[in-house]
Ligand binder design. Structure first.
Ligand code: DGJ
Length: 731
């Protein structure tokens, strides 16, 4: 078991080939953090971190009056509040007497093979007990009767530790959790860059790297969803860390609602990372004997740069987060009608598009927004999931049959969490929305949010989805969500539980998607939130692929997909080839570049095929055929970033299959330049000894990785690209 417990030194050592994580208990009382980083074979020291005399402003805990020990500077595993540690706390509790001070002390531990399930929450999993081991440490405040269990799982073959926390009220009086984070991690120095993925609608996951300065740096969402504005991800990288060398400490929250992540540098240049559900807008009533389960935080340690970090995330999420039939199945080539028709379609137009799509090799036709109620614009009918008989008089089943008759699969768009004020559902149940009664309601995209914390509301929506799915053969669902939550209040909760609404909404959503994805295992689900507005590990547990962005411009997508690749593998990212000039930014990019970028994930099209010339259709057909040839490489291979489009004009990446026999390099230029410098691209992940054939030439793997390739000199206009396929020939 890669967890050792040394009774003599009271230490816990979690390890695998790639990392070690060490904690020790001081005086049977304080759980201190000791080490996290490269593998140490055995940790033999007893509390080696120096306890240095600090000022009287750093109080000593009771019993330590004449010592240098203060929680204000100790490296702690799970810091509380009111105990003399003035840095960011991991939790805050208000007890029945109105006070908050809590002093957690070590109680004991248990070990188990494998990884326990987190009831009601998405989490990484293992299929065999040998794939991970779990240490659970119990801390408690005997006076307050608060007990906290810290769960640490170390994966055997990945540089990954997951953390989760349970809060138990062992007392006989109700208490309130004002803050219930999922982890804290104290690092002994502050020589880091902070890496984050902020964004906006249609400009998601923009990679930002800045030196970590003194003070607190918070990345969060208070929107009721993980959001496009921030991803629940943060990494600290050593300033010299590159894509291939150097240390990275990353965390990613397996949750889709409000979150907070912080990196704080204290006056002694120690760094504390914390993260979990955002404390703002959260207060959980914990009755006597009740337990609160905080969601999971994934920690990745990489000693091999950002690519090393990403590959750990990719492997973890492909095999230990995504579930169901599609986890290991090749994903179909899609055509989606949205950018071609928007709300303006009928069966004839859809079948015309589908027929052309079939002719060029598309496998799945997705009917997007506008098929239900009387939805001719985005101002009606959400909540009324019955077919619009004006647009589709023969019904959905007929359309589905016709699409299947063409030899394609059929997919459908839903936005189940939302309701339009102009809908029969709203007219019947105006109280089913999240809002404060008799208080102004704010609309986003002309819609309100259903109260998914309520089981009756979820059941009513579920019954409507069942009615559609029961009568129509559907192979794919695009599950969209297009606004954030305001005035989060539920009619069914008492006053002292209103602040639970947002978390209960998430639990309700998870319960519903768990139920539906379990009952319809043959349906492939695409997670969408106006693009990447809820593209997070929580949703990826239920839905194995996500629409990364509403921006389909190839150059914008280059950046969005590059940023997304920090944490998600290509098989979780959906990318569609669209028209030029592009609908979102008006830019014209070469078709070859649009193909190269959208082929770098799950390939699809949003194109008006009926207006294409025969020659254009031949090009598209060739692109789809080429994707099918390389689909396994792209969807199941290893992904490496080669050139960062956020700091360079151009961007590049590559795929290598598990046998190191096939690889594809994609290079995309930004604006062309006169007298431009040559860019040398050193390939990654190849077999050094192997001989690869590319562009009619033969190269050794080590030449390609160390000497590199020059590709940008071939590109003579704005936004051109080069795609290089490598095949191992070996003699
Ligand atoms: C937002 C999505 O991101 C789009 O792809 C499309 O499905 C629209 N919603 C439809 O309203």
């Amino acid at each position: 078991m890669p967890i050792t417990v040394n009774q003599a030194t009271q230490s816990f050592h979690l390890y695998n080939d790639q990392l070690s994580y060490v904690m020790q208990v001081k005086d049977h009382r304080f759980l201190l953090h000791v080490y996290y980083g490269q593998r140490i074979r055995e940790f033999t020291q007893v509390l080696p971190y120096p306890e240095v005399e600090r000022s009287s402003f750093s109080p000593n805990p009771a019993g330590y009056e004449a010592t240098n020990f203060t929680l204000d500077t100790a490296l702690q595993e799970f810091p509380g509040c009111g105990d003399g540690d003035y840095r960011e706390s991991a939790f805050a509790v208000t007890y029945a007497d109105g006070t908050q001070a809590t002093a957690l002390e070590y109680v004991g531990y248990t070990l188990e093979a494998g990884k326990p399930v987190l009831a009601g929450l998405p989490a990484t999993y293992v299929e065999h007990a040998e794939a991970a081991d779990t240490l659970t440490i119990t801390l408690a405040d005997p006076v307050r009767r608060l007990r906290v269990t810290l769960q640490y799982t170390v994966f055997a073959a990945l540089p990954v530790i997951t953390r989760a926390v349970q809060y138990h009220n062992d007392g006989d009086k109700t208490l309130f959790l004002d803050k219930a984070l999922s982890f804290a991690l104290d690092l002994p120095d502050a020589d880091y860059d902070l890496i984050q993925l902020p964004g906006a609608w249609a400009r998601e996951k923009q990679l930002v790297r800045t030196p970590l300065a003194a003070g607190s740096h918070v990345i969060d969402s208070k929107r009721g969803a993980s959001s496009v504005q921030q991803q629940p991800f943060m990494a600290l990288a050593r300033p010299a860390t590159t894509e291939t060398v150097g240390e990275v400490f990353a965390c990613h929250f397996v949750y889709s609602g409000n979150f907070q992540l912080s990196a704080s540098v204290d006056t002694y240049r120690q760094t504390r990372l914390t993260g979990g559900i955002n404390a703002e807008g959260f207060r959980w009533k914990l009755n006597p004997q009740a337990t609160f389960q905080a969601p999971e935080m994934v920690l990745v340690y990489s000693a091999s740069g950002l690519n090393g970090m990403s590959q750990a995330f990719h492997r973890l999420y492909r095999k230990h987060l995504a579930r169901g039939l599609y986890r290991d199945a090749a994903r179909p080539v899609i055509i989606n009608n949205w950018e071609t028709t928007y709300f303006d379609f009928d069966e004839k137009r859809l079948l015309g598009l589908a027929t052309k799509a079939k002719q060029i090799g598309v496998e799945l036709f997705v009917l997007d927004d506008g098929w239900f109620g009387h939805r001719n614009a985005d101002n009606s009918s959400l909540g009324d999931w019955t077919v619009d008989a004006k647009k589709l008089p023969k019904g959905l089943a007929h359309l589905s049959q016709a699409i299947h008759g063409l030899g394609m699969q059929f997919g459908l768009w839903f936005e189940p969490e939302m309701i339009s004020p102009d809908s029969d559902l709203y007219r019947a149940h105006p109280d089913w929305v999240l809002n404060v009664p008799d208080y102004p309601q704010s609309q986003g995209r002309n819609q309100l949010v259903l109260d998914f914390s309520r089981e009756d509301v979820r059941q009513a929506i579920c019954a409507q989805l069942d009615a559609v799915l029961g009568g129509v053969a559907i192979d794919f669902i695009k599950w969209d969500m297009n606004r954030n939550i305001t005035a989060a209040a539920s009619r069914l909760l008492p006053a002292d539980q209103q602040q639970e609404t947002l978390h209960r909404y998430m639990l309700g959503l998870y319960a519903l998607v768990d139920d539906i994805t379990t009952r319809y295992p043959q349906i492939l689900f695409e997670n969408c939130s106006g693009g990447g507005g809820r593209f997070d590990p929580g949703m990826c547990y239920y839905m194995p692929q996500s629409w990364a962005s509403d921006d389909t411009d190839a150059y914008e997508r280059l950046k969005i997909q590059y940023g997304t690749s920090l944490i998600f593998p290509p098989i979780m990212i959906d990318a569609h080839l669209s028209e030029a000039p592009n609908d979102q930014v008006g830019r014209t990019t070469p078709l070859a570049t649009r193909i190269a970028v959208s082929q770098s994930a799950n390939f699809g099209l949003m194109m008006n095929l009926e207006q294409k010339t025969p020659a254009e259709l031949v090009t598209l057909q060739a692109a789809i055929a080429d994707y099918k040839v390389h689909r396994d490489l792209i969807q199941f291979g290893d992904f490496y970033r080669l050139l960062d489009p956020f700091t360079h004009h151009d961007g590049a990446w590559m795929f290598v299959d598990a046998e190191q026999a096939h690889a594809r390099v994609v290079y995309v230029q930004g604006l062309n330049q006169a007298s431009k410098p040559l860019v040398n691209i050193k390939l990654l992940g190849l077999a050094p000894d192997a001989i690869y054939q590319l562009n009619g030439e033969r190269w050794r793997g080590d030449e390609l990785m160390h000497y590199g390739l020059y590709l940008n000199q071939l590109l003579t206009a704005d936004f051109q690209s080069a795609v290089v396929d490598l095949v191992r020939v070996d003699n």
